[in-house]
Write a protein that binds this ligand. Structure first.
Ligand SMILES: Nc1ncnc2c1ncn2[C@@H]1O[C@H](COP(=O)(O)OP(=O)(O)OP(=O)(O)O)[C@@H](O)[C@H]1O
Length: 346
């Protein structure tokens, strides 16, 4: 049995991929005889309150028309949380040319985690010359990664990118723990992570869930003194931290440009820290967080790092950590960049 964040993950049994077309695709990925590309689409039918599943059904005929002359198309619908990780791992081992997440940032995050196993990138199929690429058809609520990449929230554009198949190497963040955990957008600590934890309970309200989550997190919130170690240097004290955000990409929370200088091809994280913020600071400065102009605000700092360790001064295990909007537990944690870890279809 595999596990993910301590949660058991079902080992896939075949058939894993269902052919979404087509007269020419007769073998599963890894055993296709021609130089046609094997594309595995990992679809969260429940994403965006079920809209992802509906939109996928409508998109499939267009996708077949556009891609099936050059590609074998396989689809795999997720049955629940973490399923996308197992599907991705199996697809890479079977030699898929690309695994394409169809859904929101949560599904994308799981597919990214599926590129790794036991702290290492999963080796692809020995017959394949190039490694499996990561793709995205953004059909979820948030689409934060797509924003960083400058992609429109338009599935036809995504299919064009997949058809062209241009690849770029991107960085991935890794968080230590009993089992390493990977992120592609932003990992964050304290108030924002707590807000994300609550927001996940209100997904049925769409983007409004972030507002409800933030309000709930504010009740009983305390800024915290934290200790941080950057790039294996000396420990430093950061007093009264409201939120500490580690960006591989620019956006979190459905469009908040929290780490505006981050880019997943930079080889570094941007760490943005908000200190000693009161509730009214958010009322007056929230728009700056959305448009990415908050770095000039008092008590906001930014630095570029390769790794960062974060601890509480008095460790009572109460400081929330999340990555790509998924609750990940509590401090302490260490975050490191893995430069160029994945090829993305861009
Ligand atoms: N079949 C399923 N049923 C219920 N939940 C699922 C299923 N498949 C995947 N999930 C979970 O749904 C979560 C959210 O999915 P996804 O990101 O695609 O949609 P979303 O509603 O747009 O959310 P986001 O805010 O992350 O964009 C994922 O993190 C995943 O764990």
């Amino acid at each position: 049995m595999l596990s993910y964040q301590g949660i058991p993950v079902m080992k896939m049994t075949k058939p894993l991929f269902i052919k979404a077309e087509q007269p020419m695709a007769t073998a599963p990925p890894g055993r296709a005889a021609s130089n046609r590309r094997d594309l595995v689409f990992v679809v969260n039918p429940k994403g965006a309150n079920g809209r992802t599943g509906e939109q996928w059904k409508m998109l499939l005929p267009y996708l077949r028309t556009r891609l099936s002359s050059e590609c074998n198309i396989y689809e795999s619908l997720t049955s629940g949380p973490t399923h996308a990780i197992g599907i991705t791992r199996e697809a890479i081992r079977e030699g898929a040319d690309a695994v394409i997440a169809v859904g929101g940032d949560g599904t994308f995050h799981e597919v990214v985690n599926g590129f790794f196993w036991g702290g290492k990138a999963i080796p692809g199929h020995h017959e394949k010359l190039s490694r499996t690429a990561l793709g995205l058809i953004p059909l979820g609520t948030g689409s934060d990664f797509a924003r960083t990449m400058g992609w429109k929230n338009n599935p036809q554009d995504a299919i064009e990118r997949i058809a062209k198949g241009v690849r770029s190497r991107i960085d991935v963040g890794v968080i230590n723990g009993a089992e390493p955990h990977y992120f592609i957008n932003v990992a964050d600590i304290n108030l924002s992570a707590k807000a994300g934890y609550y927001a996940s309970r209100y997904k049925r309200f769409g983007n409004l869930c972030y507002v409800i989550g933030a309000l709930q997190a504010f009740f009983g919130h305390h800024n915290q003194d934290l200790r941080i170690k950057v790039d294996e240097g000396e420990w430093e004290l950061y007093s009264q931290v409201t939120a500490l955000c580690i960006g591989n990409a620019k956006y979190f929370g459905g469009g908040m440009k929290i780490t505006p200088n981050a880019h997943p091809t930079s080889g570094t994280f941007e760490v943005v820290t908000l200190q000693d913020f009161k509730w009214y600071d958010f009322v007056f400065k929230l728009y700056k967080l959305y448009d990415g102009t908050h770095l000039s605000v008092k008590n906001v700092s930014s630095r570029s790092v390769h790794s960062i360790e974060v601890e509480q001064i008095v460790n009572d295990g109460s400081i929330y950590v999340q990555s790509d909007g998924e609750h990940l537990g509590f401090l302490p944690r260490k975050f490191c960049i893995l430069p160029g870890a994945i090829d993305v279809i861009c």
